[in-house]
Design a protein around this ligand. Structure first.
Ligand code: ZN
Length: 223
């Protein structure tokens, strides 16, 4: 997931405005910071819109205008200030690599690394959502991302533990069982892509997973 997507998915304009010291009233309105505003003319929620001067946009536009930054720097500032994880990869670099014929073992190792990376990105996002969307006493309903964090965090942590500490047999079994789920997760997390889709396609063509569970470790195949 690139920095723009990660930020937009995780932070509302209202949260950013409040973090940057702009007071938002209960109706979600504030004095517009972009024109000389005597009454609260700006509505801030996921996006913002000023009924006085017409300023309008998403959380990245808001931060860019507030600090005089370009969109990329504004997104990076938000990611840093809200501790939002995002992928730094660029698709082009990954696509350019020459395609060599890979050994079964090599493909498996890549598959495992990819699984771990997607799950760990998701886990960090869940932890962030759990903090950022924790219900306040006045909230009548829980934010869906907070609910998702509660529901999924322990399970994802368990999967990461397996990938980190269990034998290759256990890990291969996990990837066989959860590979499709991880693919869906990656699609959701990333619009820019990290090249991992290709890996799993490559892996699907040949029997990439050790067919016999609990097989002996082969030399150099480990983390
Ligand atoms: Zn305005």
């Amino acid at each position: 997931m690139n920095v723009f997507e990660a930020v937009k998915q995780s932070v509302t304009t209202r949260q950013a405005a409040e973090l940057y010291g702009i007071r938002v009233n209960r109706a979600g309105k504030t004095n517009c910071p972009f024109h000389n505003d005597r009454t609260p003319s700006m509505k801030v929620d996921k996006r913002f819109h000023c009924f006085g001067c017409g300023a309008d946009g998403d959380v990245i536009d808001f931060t860019a205008q507030l600090y005089g930054l370009d969109a990329k720097s504004a997104a990076e500032k938000l990611a840093a200030d809200f501790q939002i994880p995002y992928a730094h990869h660029k698709r082009k670099e990954l696509v350019k690599k020459p395609v060599k014929k890979k050994s079964e073992e090599q493909m498996y190792r890549e598959l495992e690394t990819w699984c771990f990376k997607v799950l760990s990105d998701y886990f960090h996002l869940l932890r962030y959502w759990e903090r950022a969307y924790a219900p306040k006493p006045e909230d009548e309903t829980w934010h869906p991302l907070f609910v998702e964090a509660l529901q999924k965090k322990d399970h994802i942590e368990y999967l990461l533990d397996v990938l980190l500490y269990d034998s290759i047999g256990e890990r291969a079994a996990l990837i066989e069982d959860y590979g499709k789920e991880v693919m869906k997760l990656e699609r959701r997390l990333s619009e820019s892509g990290t090249g991992a889709e290709r890996k799993i396609e490559d892996a699907g063509r040949e029997p990439a997973l050790p067919s016999h569970r609990g097989s002996q470790r082969t030399s150099g195949s480990e983390r």
